[in-house]
Design a protein around this ligand. Structure first.
Ligand SMILES: C[S@@+](CC[C@H](N)C(=O)[O-])C[C@H]1O[C@@H](n2cnc3c(N)ncnc32)[C@H](O)[C@@H]1O
Length: 272
């Protein structure tokens, strides 16, 4: 995005071109003329509005220009520019990764392709219900994360700990507010339980939530498991959407098995 198109006070994060490769470019911008879409016969008003919004969305234009698979990439860029959790060498799991914008950002920032000489090489594992076009530097598993045994399949593919667990999972909107809310809570809880099992101490978890933020019970569990928990609405998240992200950092570590008290060989911690 050229500098003259940036709103006042917003700095460009990466030079024009190859931004997707670098995991940069804030994508904020402004269009001077609003594009209108003529209502076409056979097209619903909602589709016309969607098309009009896409045509006038500076993040959609920036994603096209910067080579990202979707405008969602800028949400992760904006959050990580503040949080600095996608560092070279980090092992990342991205739940709900299709079409792959977050994967592109993560691959570049954790140096999964080893293109940053002298920096540690990270790893990126994506998961989605849908097919994802292959992306160099990322492995992708196609599965329903809410299916029985799905978390075990992801753990097996991971083969160890992760430093960052991301979840941008969102169910297909049913149009029924309560149903959609319950579904996204279920996805977020499943992601949080998975993160608790795989994160290394100090690790981070980011997940999409709706409305007021994470549910009270989930928030209490996150506050117990992590040193810092907050909600973030990145500028790229549409202001008319109730979407937010819960960000939990400084994972305290999976509850370690207590050491047997001295002299009590054969002590079974599970039996205490
Ligand atoms: C908003 S999109 C993610 C966009 C992605 N972060 C990007 O940058 O391209 C939400 C994704 O969640 C996925 N999803 C929803 N429910 C899921 C489930 N139960 N298991 C796996 N993926 C799921 C959808 O298929 C969809 O691709």
């Amino acid at each position: 995005m050229s500098k003259d198109k940036l709103p006042p006070g917003v700095r460009r994060h990466a030079p024009k071109g190859a931004a997707a490769e670098r995991g940069g470019a804030s994508g904020r911008g402004r269009q001077d003329l609003k594009k209108r879409v003529k209502t076409a016969k056979g097209r619903k008003l909602s589709s016309t509005r969607w098309l009009e919004r896409q045509l006038n969305d500076p993040y959609v234009a920036a994603a096209r220009r910067d080579g990202y698979r979707g405008r969602a990439a800028y949400k992760l860029i904006e959050m990580d520019d503040r949080l600095r959790i996608l560092t070279p060498g980090a092992r990342v799991v991205d739940l709900g990764c299709a079409p792959g914008g977050w994967l592109q950002v993560a691959v570049a920032r954790v140096n999964a392709l080893g293109r940053k000489p002298g920096k540690r090489v990270g790893r990126v594992l994506g998961v989605d219900l849908q097919d994802v076009e292959p992306l160099p530097g990322a492995e992708v598993l196609k599965l329903d994360f809410l299916e029985e045994g799905a978390d075990e399949a992801v753990k097996e593919a991971l083969g160890g700990q992760a430093d960052v667990v991301l979840s941008d999972m969102a169910p297909f909107a049913s149009g029924h507010k309560t149903t959609d809310h319950l579904r996204i809570v279920a996805l977020c809880e499943a992601a949080a339980a998975f993160a608790r099992d795989v994160l290394s101490p100090g690790g981070a978890f980011i997940a999409k939530v709706l409305q007021g933020g994470a549910e009270a019970e989930l928030l209490a569990a996150l506050k117990r498991d992590y040193e810092h928990v907050s909600h973030v609405k990145p500028p790229a998240s549409r202001s008319d959407s109730s979407e937010k992200y819960v960000v939990a950092r400084g994972f305290r570590g999976s509850p370690a098995a207590p050491e047997p008290p001295a002299g009590q060989a054969g002590w079974d911690p599970a039996g205490v």
